[in-house]
Design a protein. Structure first.
Length: 141
């Protein structure tokens, strides 16, 4: 995501530099190409981050734990940067209990919607508040 922001800033700087030479058409092309590349890089980076978090979850499931209990879910802190929703869970395997905090990468638009809609009060509280759960999601016994 930071690479996309740097590309966007570079395209705006390039647009301004070319515009100083009175080449409006070339300046517009530089701006459009740079911003298009920034959007493409940001889009691909979001899906790569989402894929990585999915593979981390697959690793937890493949370890075949005895019991998994979700303790808390914390929504993302931001919508541009720090877009990970954190899930805290207890993983019990052969008598050992390990507390793990696993992040889920949230793409830009859902994170933005979560932040905007999360400010509205609901009967269960705001959606941007941390939720303490005690939900058993996996039990081999």
């Amino acid at each position: 995501m930071i690479a996309a922001l740097l590309i966007a800033a570079g395209s705006i700087a390039g647009w301004y530099a070319v515009l100083q030479d009175d080449k409006e058409v070339l300046a517009t092309l530089v701006l459009l190409a740079g911003l298009g590349l920034a959007v493409a890089v940001g889009f691909v980076a979001q899906w790569i981050a989402l894929g990585r978090s999915v593979w981390q979850w697959v690793g937890i499931v493949r370890s075949k734990p005895g019991k998994v209990t979700v303790r808390a879910v914390q929504p993302p802190k931001g919508f541009l940067i720090r877009r990970d929703a954190n899930v805290t869970m207890d993983i019990e395997n052969e008598g050992r209990v390990e507390q793990v905090t696993q992040g889920i990468s949230i793409p830009f638009l859902p994170a933005l919607a979560w932040r905007l809609a999360g400010r509205v009060p609901t009967p269960i509280g705001r959606l941007t508040d941390k939720r303490d759960l005690d939900a058993r999601v996996w039990d081999r016994t």
